[in-house]
Write a new protein. Sequence first.
Length: 129
Amino acid sequence: MKIKNLYNGLFVLGLLMITGCNIQGETTTISIDSIDAKEVLTLDTEADIFQYDGIIYKTNIDWLNELSLTKNVQIGEIKTKNNTNTDFKDEMSNKLPIGTKIFSTKERGDILIVEIEGKITKYLAIVEG
């Protein structure tokens, strides 16, 4: 009889622990905010950047050039150029010529590839977490 009461007590205690540790209706949200062109260019006035889908992409990052990536499908092209470095819009660049094709990569979603006259350049999404 004592063993049965012990098991029942442990069972109830276990249920209380599980229920007490459960967070009812709360969720944890992690967001990654993108920074704008002005912020990137304040940190590096010579940065080669463009904006695509609300995110700034930057090149000339040492480790980025070492990655072996495969060009996927064309997702856009540079439509406007911005020399004032403020008020960037999608498919706008500060250095790339208008008409430069933008491609996704098969391996990573945070890196895009541009192609100019057969030359491939990799751009990394610049975000803050």
